[in-house]
Design a protein around this ligand. Sequence first.
Ligand SMILES: C[S@@+](CC[C@H](N)C(=O)[O-])C[C@H]1O[C@@H](n2cnc3c(N)ncnc32)[C@H](O)[C@@H]1O
Length: 218
Amino acid sequence: MSFKELPLTPELHDYVLSHSTPVDEIAAELIAETRTVVAGHASMQVAPEQAAFLRMLTSLLGVRHAVEVGTFTGLSALSIARGLADGGKLVCFDISEQFTRLAHRYWERAGVDDRIDLRLGRAAERIKELPDEPYLDLVFIDADKGGYVTYWNELVPRVRPGGVILVDNTLWSGRVVDPRSESDRFITGFNEVARNDPRVELVILPIADGLTIARRLP
Ligand SMILES: C[S@@+](CC[C@H](N)C(=O)[O-])C[C@H]1O[C@@H](n2cnc3c(N)ncnc32)[C@H](O)[C@@H]1O
């Protein structure tokens, strides 16, 4: 098998960022405030290039119905909400009131607060409140890794044929090739479930910590 090797050095990553559309002032301030207010957890936030990708993909797909599992301080939700088609809605699930408090302020500033319906609590339970039919255009999974298989199994049947499921951290800092810890195995276990799922076709994009993009087949 042939492969094309492209090690993403810090210099090359800087180049990627400086030659992609930059995040705007609101997103930049959200990134900065997250680093200050919840400093110990800031690495949970999606990378700026993922934020740009989420917005672009949402817009390309003409998304009207989206779901996010794992909202934190709101950057990925902000990006998805900004890409929604007119009248589109994003339902967000997160367990933490503390993390998501920050999100509302930035969603309001960006004028997207009315497109986002944040539901607090354990996502595995709250997801069941969603209509039990294939109506979703886009799903983004980025919460507790031990819940990934549950979220996948709940959400794939709710995605319309042609709709897209994105799953973050699926390369897990490269540890997927030599899993040692429980969290490593959460990700490798999930990746096995996803790649053996006949309802989708998928690619793991080596962007940030690995982003799986799956398309629900007809
Ligand atoms: C990696 S962060 C999400 C980052 C976010 N997508 C962003 O761009 O900033 C994971 C989030 O999952 C939430 N979470 C953890 N366990 C959860 C659970 N059982 N149900 C719902 N949310 C959960 C955490 O509170 C945290 O905000």
